[in-house]
Design a protein around this ligand. Structure first.
Ligand SMILES: Cc1cc2nc3c(=O)[nH]c(=O)nc-3n(C[C@H](O)[C@H](O)[C@H](O)COP(=O)(O)OP(=O)(O)OC[C@H]3O[C@@H](n4cnc5c(N)ncnc54)[C@H](O)[C@@H]3O)c2cc1C
Length: 256
C-alpha cells in the first residue's frame, strides 16, 4: 500500500532532547529527516527529569515506554523542607497512576539522552555541524555550517536551545521586513545559573531512603536567599540533585 505521508525532508538543528525527540517521532512516522548538531560528540549531561503520568501515553505510542521505565523510578511524594530540614508540607504524586493510568516518573537526564539516541539510526545525526545561517528559497530552506557545508530541506526546525541561531536568523529577516514583534526583540527574561549533578552509587545502609521502591523528591528552600536545592532518589542507589528551582519557592508560598 502506498504511504500517505507526503515526501519531504526535515532539517533539525540541535541534537538536544527536543531535537532527538522530534527525530524519533519523524522516524516512527516514516518522514525523512536529518539532525545537525554543533558538538563534535554527544555529551549527556544533567540531573533529574520528572515526567507527569499524563505524558507517558505518548512514549507508549512511540514504543519507548518499556525502555523509559527501565531507567526510571515512580514518583512517591514531594517533600518541601526548610534549610534546617523542618518539614513544610508534602504533595502526594502516587495518585497519578489511579487517575491517568501511569505513574509520574523520575529519571536521570543522561540516561534519557542515551535511551533516545539508541532509537535513532546513527546516520541521522551529523556531529560537528554548527549552523551559522539559514535562508528560505522557493524550493525550501538552506542552512550553512561553519565547516563550509550546506544542507537543503523542505522544513527547518530550530531545536538549538535557548540562544537558538535559527531563531536569530528568523528575527534578522523579520526585522529587515519590519515584521518582528516587539516582544521578540526583548532579551530573555530569565538569567539563572543552575548546578546539577548525580552522585555515585551510595551505601543504602547509610541512606535507607535509597532502598524505597518509589522516588522521594525533596525541595530544600534557602532561608534568606533565593536558592533552593532539589534532591531525588534514583535507581542504583544514586541521588539526583540540582540547585535553584524557583518553582519550589512558589510551592512554599502556596503552603503559606
Ligand atoms: C547541560 C544541560 C543540563 C540540563 N539538566 C537538566 C536537568 O537535570 N533536569 C531538567 O529538568 N532539565 C535540565 N535541562 C533543561 C532541559 O533538559 C532543557 O529544557 C532541554 O534540554 C531543552 O531541550 P532543547 O533540545 O530544546 O535544547 P538543548 O538541550 O539546549 O539542546 C540544544 C542543542 O542544540 C545544539 N546547538 C546549539 N546551537 C547550535 C547551532 N548553531 N548549530 C547546531 N547545533 C546547535 C546544542 O549543542 C544542543 O545540543 C538541562 C539542559 C542542559 C543544556
Amino acid at each position: 500500500m502506498a504511504s500517505k505521508v507526503p515526501k519531504m525532508h526535515v532539517l533539525i538543528v540541535g541534537g538536544g532532547i527536543g531535537g532527538l525527540m522530534l527525530g524519533l517521532m519523524l522516524e516512527r512516522a516514516g518522514i525523512d529527516y536529518q539532525i545537525l548538531e554543533r558538538s563534535p560528540e554527544l555529551r549527556p549531561l544533567g540531573s533529574a527529569i520528572s515526567l507527569n503520568g499524563t505524558v507517558l501515553r505518548l512514549f507508549e505510542q512511540l514504543g519507548l515506554l518499556e525502555d523509559l521505565l527501565k531507567i526510571s523510578k515512580a514518583a512517591g511524594r514531594l517533600h518541601l523542607v526548610k534549610e534546617d530540614l523542618e518539614t513544610q508540607g508534602h504533595i502526594d504524586l502516587e495518585h497519578f497512576r489511579e487517575r491517568y493510568g501511569y505513574h509520574s516518573i523520575v529519571f536521570g537526564r543522561p540516561d534519557f539522552f542515551q535511551m533516545l539516541i539508541s532509537h535513532i539510526p546513527a546516520k541521522k545525526i551529523l556531529m560537528g555541524k554548527r549552523i551559522l545561517s539559514s535562508s528560505q528559497t522557493e524550493l525550501g530552506v538552506i542552512v550553512r555550517c561553519s565547516d563550509g557545508s550546506a544542507y537543503h530541506g523542505d522544513i527547518l526546525v530550530g531545536a538549538d536551545g535557548a540562544h537558538s541561531s535559527i531563531r536569530q536568523c528568523m528575527h534578522k529577516t523579520l526585522k529587515e521586513q519590519g515584521l518582528l514583534p516587539k516582544s521578540d526583540s526583548e532579551k530573555l527574561k530569565f538569567d539563572q545559573n543552575c548546578v546539577v549533578g548525580i552522585t555515585n552509587e551510595l551505601d543504602p545502609e547509610k541512606f535507607p531512603i535509597l532502598k524505597e521502591e518509589l522516588c522521594e523528591l525533596y525541595g530544600v528552600i534557602g532561608k534568606k536567599n533565593p536558592y533552593t536545592v532539589s534532591l531525588r532518589t534514583s535507581l542504583h542507589y544514586r541521588i539526583l540533585f540540582a540547585s535553584l528551582h524557583s518553582w519550589t519557592r512558589y510551592l512554599l508560598d502556596c503552603f503559606g
